[in-house]
Design a protein around this ligand. Structure first.
Ligand SMILES: Cc1cc2nc3c(=O)[nH]c(=O)nc-3n(C[C@H](O)[C@H](O)[C@H](O)COP(=O)(O)O)c2cc1C
Length: 335
């Protein structure tokens, strides 16, 4: 069975890539990822704030707080530990490259295009096979027009890309007034890969202490539907590679992203919850699906249920909304 795929020009043995997250902080765990079948690993992010030595905190992003996944919390490092400085980060890339044969993708997380962007080239020098740029941008100023927000993405990407010759992906927010147009414009700006989508960590409110509390919940499989739709819509309309992230837990979830048109799936929460060895189950499950359905390769199913190719393209649009509302089962629930 041919499970290979190509992501931003990188030939990968299968579409199972470990998403940026805390598990990649440990070289032993990166080795285990490779042993269990991961085809590439995106390292956790080097944050702009670390490089700029600003006081601004991103602790909300890293705080624990999931009661549902109490066991997985032991994986989460304390915020201070998680944020290794730039030198340690570059050294980590070197060590990871020595330890494994799969591609190692360095991750930069920021919203400006100042000095920190040059770290992409240092990551390349340290051996990174590609860069993932996470534009974790929450524009809260009501006076900021959407046009400006959109320009930030292309501007930051191009600044990073100028300094490197390796491929670079951009990890994006789903919150654009015209998502398809934004993705198209990024494609025209030369983006090699798009990671759909960034999952923003939402603060909660503690009604007893009257405080806003940072809180990180792992994703649920249902959340994967957002990326599924937009990957299906964009498949065949852009040149950039497409990576699906969020809510991919089971072999079935992996298959769905490929049918929609993803080149790779990126996994974080499921590995925190089920352990790194779950990669073996996912790889096996994917191969079994292809075999059962009579497909010889991952390539054969890529995009066959994208909007372009599926029998009912309106399924991804408004037309399907009425159908879903009045569909079987819904009215029974109402009575
Ligand atoms: C504890 C934790 C740490 C994360 N750290 C990063 C990070 O450093 N950089 C990044 O781009 N994404 C980070 N993410 C986001 C993941 O890469 C992924 O996109 C997101 O969790 C959705 O995928 P999932 O549903 O498989 O978890 C983190 C997620 C979690 C749960």
């Amino acid at each position: 069975m041919d499970l290979t795929t190509t992501y931003m020009g990188l030939k990968l043995k299968n579409p199972l890539v470990v998403a940026a997250g805390p598990l990649s902080q440990d070289i032993g765990r990166i080795r285990q990822m490779e042993d269990c079948g991961a085809s590439a690993v995106v390292l956790w992010s080097l944050f702009e704030e670390q490089i700029e030595h600003e006081a601004a905190e991103l602790d909300y992003y890293l705080q624990h707080g999931s009661e549902r996944f109490a066991e997985s919390l032991s994986y989460f490092p304390a915020a201070g530990e998680y944020r290794a400085g730039p030198d340690e980060y570059l050294e980590h890339i070197r060590q990871a490259k020595k330890a494994v044969g799969i591609p190692v993708i360095g991750s930069l997380n920021g919203v400006s295009a100042r000095g920190w962007a040059s770290y992409a080239s240092l990551m390349q020098q340290a051996g990174a096979d590609a860069i993932e740029l996470n534009v974790y941008y929450i524009p809260t100023d009501p006076n900021l027009p959407s046009e400006h927000v959109e320009k930030v993405y292309t501007w930051v990407y191009q600044t990073v890309k100028e300094g490197v010759s390796i491929p670079a992906a951009i990890k994006l927010s789903p919150f654009f007034s015209s998502t398809a147009n934004m993705l198209l414009r990024l494609d025209r700006a030369g983006v090699d890969g798009m990671v759909l989508f960034n999952r923003f960590y939402q603060p909660d409110i503690d009604i007893e202490e009257l405080q806003v509390t940072p809180n990180l919940q792992l994703s649920t499989p249902f959340e994967g539907r957002l990326a599924l739709r937009w990957i299906a819509i964009m498949f065949g309309k852009i040149k950039a590679s497409l990576a699906a992230t969020t809510g991919i837990y089971s072999p079935q979830d992996v298959v769905k992203t490929l049918l929609a048109g993803a080149d790779v799936t990126m996994l974080c929460s499921t590995l925190l919850e089920n352990g790194i060895s779950h990669l073996t189950t996912l790889t096996k499950g994917l191969a079994e699906y292809l075999e059962r359905k009579g497909y010889e390769s991952v390539g054969a199913i890529k995009g066959i249920l994208s909007q372009k190719n599926c029998p009912e393209p309106s399924a991804f649009e408004r037309a399907n909304y009425m159908k879903a509302l009045t569909g079987r089962g819904m009215t029974e629930k109402l009575v």
